[in-house]
Design a binder for this molecule. Structure first.
Ligand SMILES: Nc1ncnc2c1ncn2[C@@H]1O[C@H](COP(=O)(O)OP(=O)(O)O)[C@@H](O)[C@H]1O
Ligand SMILES: [Mg+2]
Length: 354
């Protein structure tokens, strides 16, 4: 196991910059997820960690070694790709053993490593099968098994669950997290799915267009997004956002562009006079109160009611634990806890609340 340091790393393809100065410190044993929209540079950054892509400038350290110029096989990492890249003509056992065989590890020793890895992954009874005889989830596990037997310093995963159906994705999420808790190998995991990031990571790195928008523990990002991008990206349904300003005479009142008054979070002198965006998560709205919503769509999930409604002219989404029996077009009275509200500078996008 090892720490990983990414220090002001940049990458251009031709003269097109793709990674624009990224720094991330990953502790030994940590499970870190790089998340961001498609095309933001996640795979490129991961491939640079793996040594599959040269870096244009900056430094990458694994443990106490600078690995900028080390070839992949000398970096002591194991990577699991989105398409698994299994060898179709080899059995599960051979797929898992192959890299060790190439490295000249004696046969008996290979057996000793494959057996427990297969057990951990529930593959023991499938060792003689070929990839085409496996389900998507089983193939995914073989790809992980191949990484595990190498006992690397660092695991790298690039969207390993995106080829699986929704239900399997959820159970594999749990399996991978459980596996990390057992092996405690430093892991860097790439996904575009913020739920995957929230549920699995010790630490999330939110990327956007080649830069890091914010780094933090999942709930810290959720509770205190540093800017509008992170606020909109993390959380599902997404945070509701309303444009407006604080009332000049009474800064405890936020007034939207269409004149609706909402309770402002306390004590943010820096917000006065500015064009603002008021953010409130769907569960930050409660039933009963003086704010009127005009109901558009009610989506009961059984455990919750999700309501899409108009607040003035802005469409908002609310999630209530209670069952709401209303028809579209009816008015729903709600309240907003000002401590659950976020204020952002509309121009810079930066968070103003603590
Ligand atoms: N080999 C390459 N040559 C040129 N451009 C590339 C290459 N690989 C990736 N890119 C570009 O770099 C950007 C980031 O790609 P990528 O790291 O794959 O994004 P992500 O994994 O976040 O979806 C994209 O605009 C992509 O088109
Ligand atoms: Mg990618």
């Amino acid at each position: 196991m090892a720490s990983v340091e990414i220090d002001d790393v940049r990458k251009s393809f031709g003269n097109h910059p793709v990674i624009k100065g990224v720094s991330v410190a990953i502790e030994d044993g940590e499970f870190v997820i790089l998340v961001g929209p498609s095309g933001c540079g996640k795979s490129t950054l991961l491939r640079m960690l793996a040594g599959l892509e040269h870096i244009s400038s900056g430094e990458i350290r694994i443990g106490d070694r600078v690995v900028n110029d080390l070839p992949p096989k000398e970096r002591d990492i194991a990577m699991v790709f989105q398409n698994y890249a299994l060898y179709p003509h080899m059995t599960v056992a051979d797929n898992m053993s192959f890299s060790l065989m190439l490295a000249g590890v004696p046969k008996a020793q290979i057996q000793e490593r494959v057996k427990p890895a297969a057990e951990i992954l529930g593959l023991s009874s499938l060792l003689e099968r070929y990839p085409r005889q496996l389900s998507g989830g089983q193939r995914q596990r073989v790809a992980m098994g191949r990484a595990i037997v190498r006992d690397p310093q660092v695991f790298l995963f690039d969207e390993p669950l995106s080829n699986l159906d929704a239900k399997l994705r959820v159970s594999m999420r749990t399996e991978i997290k459980n596996l990390h808790q057992r092996l405690t190998t430093t892991t860097v995991y790439v996904t575009h799915d913020q739920i995957e990031a929230m549920t699995m990571a010790d630490k999330i790195v939110v990327m956007h267009d080649g830069i890091v928008e914010q780094i933090g523990a999942p709930l810290d990002l959720y509770d205190k997004p540093a800017n509008l991008f992170v606020a909109g990206f993390i959380g599902s349904p997404a945070m509701n956002m309303l444009s407006g300003k604080l009332d000049e005479a009474d800064p405890s009142r936020f007034v939207t562009g269409d004149g609706i008054v909402l309770p402002a979070p306390p004590g943010i002198a820096s917000a006065r006079g500015k064009e603002l965006v008021y953010g409130i998560r769907p569960e930050g709205v409660s039933l009963g109160g003086t704010v009127d919503l005009k109901v558009q769509v009610i989506e009961p999930t059984g455990s919750e009611s999700q309501i899409v409604a108009l607040l003035g002219k802005t469409q908002v989404t609310c999630v209530f634990r209670e069952r709401v029996m209303l028809q579209p077009g009816e008015i729903l009275n709600v309240s907003i806890d000002p401590r659950a509200a976020h204020l952002f500078d509309a121009k810079s996008g930066m968070r103003l609340t603590d």
